[in-house]
Design a protein around this ligand. Structure first.
Ligand SMILES: Cc1ncc(COP(=O)(O)O)c(C=O)c1O
Length: 365
């Protein structure tokens, strides 16, 4: 059976939230459509997020909602995307979407992109004439790298594709266009029989997986590549760093040679979709004992205890959906009008959300 046939056979339709939040209003899933001549389809001009919710004793909780929404605002700011949305409005919209969805737990996907103004269409690379629009959808997403992966680990390769260079496509921004690079990494890995690929940066140092950050354990110390290795500043990565501090496991950010992967005691991925997934082989070389290592297990255990609400998080990490006040309805049309006017000015400054309650995001290393 070809890989294509196999993936069709294994297909299981996810449960999807029946509504999508669009620029301040809830619309039906079926109505969430864009014009094929939208700027984003041709030039990759989108920024997005991926956020998970978890079942807890206090009901469904969104994991690190505001940090994700802050990263979305930062990504938009980097790409000079003018939009009217604030951190609080986006966070409230996501909570409201989950509340209305009927899903027990889900993956939330906010996306902002440059669309098409059908009254005044513009087709060039210059993004400024194209209106910004924002959607949030949600669906139930199981274990990204397979049900078993969390326990037994995955087999991965080092990709022949490099990660982005910092001054071409900023890896700090979670932009749709960056995921063309991720797709090259992922396709090559899958076609060669691996679950995932690890990309090196343009200097040959370890960067990250196609959709995950990476951690290495050596002599009881946890090491992860710094932002200067062209990584996305992962929210799960930040959570792992905090968890290591809580567990008093030494943690450092440091450049890593490819060869360090082969001689590591343990390796694992972190990411919203992948959560904390052990790596058991790299390029068919066994990592440590070839299964989830003890430090990975300790970190993973605390991570899942925190996400399930059994253990207190080191910070304000869970937003309990049932305990949030329903958001006041924003004036969707007012927002749109203001935004169109702004866009026409081909702004040099992005509004990029709510400076009043911005979340601090690490920019160094
Ligand atoms: C390229 C890349 N790196 C790292 C991550 C992990 O980031 P986070 O933990 O915020 O999901 C992701 C997932 O969003 C990703 O796509």
């Amino acid at each position: 059976m070809s890989k294509d046939d196999q993936s069709k056979k294994e297909f299981k339709k996810p449960e999807i939230a029946p509504e999508v939040w669009h620029d301040g209003e809830f619309i039906r899933w079926d109505d969430a459509r864009v014009h094929v001549m939208s700027h984003v389809l041709h030039y990759g001009s989108s920024v997005f997020e991926g956020i998970r919710t978890y079942k807890t004793r206090r009901g469904q909780a969104v994991f690190r909602l505001r940090e994700h929404m802050q990263r979305l605002l930062n990504s938009a700011k980097i790409y000079r995307m003018n939009h009217p949305w604030t951190l609080s409005e986006l966070s409230d919209a996501a909570v409201e979407l989950v509340r209305r969805s009927g899903l027990q737990q889900c993956y939330i996907r906010p996306i902002m992109f440059r669309a098409l103004d059908e009254e005044r269409p513009a087709f060039g690379v210059n993004p400024f004439p194209n209106p910004m629009t924002c959607y949030i959808g949600a669906w139930d997403w199981g274990k990204y790298l397979g049900e078993e992966a969390i326990e037994v680990g995955v087999d991965v390769c080092v990709s022949s594709w490099n990660r982005l260079t910092p001054n071409s496509m900023p890896a700090m921004a979670k932009s749709g266009a960056n995921y063309m690079n991720s797709q090259l990494i992922k396709m090559e890995a899958l076609l060669n029989g691996f679950a995932e690929g690890i990309a090196l940066d343009d200097r040959g140092y370890v960067s990250e997986g196609s959709g995950e950050n990476i951690f290495l354990v050596h002599d009881g110390k946890v090491i992860t590549p710094p932002l200067s290795s062209a990584i996305l500043p992962g929210i799960t990565r930040d959570s792992v760093i905090e968890i290591c501090r809580a567990l008093e496991i030494p943690i450092v950010e440091s450049g890593l040679q490819r060869a360090a992967l082969y001689v590591a005691d343990e390796l694992f991925f972190s990411g919203t979709a992948a959560e904390i997934t052990p790596i058991r082989t790299v390029d068919r070389i066994q990592v440590g004992e070839g299964r989830r290592g003890p430090i990975t297990e300790r970190i993973q255990k605390l991570f899942f205890e925190i996400t399930s609400g059994e253990r207190e998080a080191p910070g304000d990490w869970l937003t309990f959906v049932g305990e949030q006040k329903p958001a006041a309805r924003p004036e969707a049309n007012g927002h749109r009008a203001a935004q169109t006017e702004e866009v026409r000015k081909a702004a040099t400054q992005s509004t990029a959300g709510d400076a009043r309650d911005a979340i601090h995001v690490t920019l160094t290393e």
